[in-house]
Design a binder for this molecule. Structure first.
Ligand code: GNR
Ligand code: NI
Length: 168
């Protein structure tokens, strides 16, 4: 197992659109990548990590929102469907935007269709923190970072602040 480097905003690689995994991608190397992503997420610590954040541009997400950190969940080629139009605000943070949080509006209840780590189809309904996390991670796979939902002024300030921090 090994820790992976997490890309930090405004790194342009966070804008890469991930491609779907195909049958030939389900190798031992992929299982290693998944284990390394869990280790990196738990160490950070975070409740989710998208492959985009570790510069691996495939549609792969790891999540664990449990208190005991014993419910690892892998989503491959995820597809989301809102179950109702209701949205809710929740305070979000992101491992790629350290020490910053903002209230972000997401669907309250969603259905998630995906593959598991062995390529078997799986389907879940979720809400609350898990639903927010899944939507946040799926955004990463599309090259979207949660700060993109903030005003242009706030984004410009954040961009400058993080560029300065990275040079220091
Ligand atoms: O650790 C994380 N916490 C979190 C809190 C609310 C909504 C989403 C998240 S995801 C974040 C980890 C991360 O950056 N994943 O991409
Ligand atoms: Ni994030």
């Amino acid at each position: 197992m090994s820790l992976l480097t997490i890309l930090e905003y405004p790194d342009p690689r966070l804008r890469t659109k991930a491609t779907p995994l195909v049958a030939a991608d389900f190798t031992a190397a992929l299982q290693q990548q998944i284990d390394d992503m869990f280790e990196t997420m738990y160490e950070a610590p975070g409740i989710g990590l998208a492959a985009t954040q570790v510069d691996f541009h495939k549609q792969l997400i790891v999540i664990d929102v449990s208190e005991e950190k014993n419910q690892p969940w892998v989503l491959i080629n995820p597809e989301l469907t809102p179950l109702e139009p209701t949205c809710e605000l929740m305070q979000e943070g992101c491992l790629s935007v350290p020490e910053y949080t903002a209230d972000i509006e997401r669907y309250l209840r969603i259905k998630v269709t995906s593959l598991d780590r062995h390529g078997n189809p799986q389907e879940f309904e979720c809400e609350g923190l898990l639903a927010h996390c899944v939507q946040h991670e799926c955004d990463h796979l599309k090259g979207i970072v949660f700060v993109d939902y903030l005003s242009r002024l706030k984004q410009e300030r954040l961009r400058k602040k993080y560029l300065k921090l990275q040079k220091a």
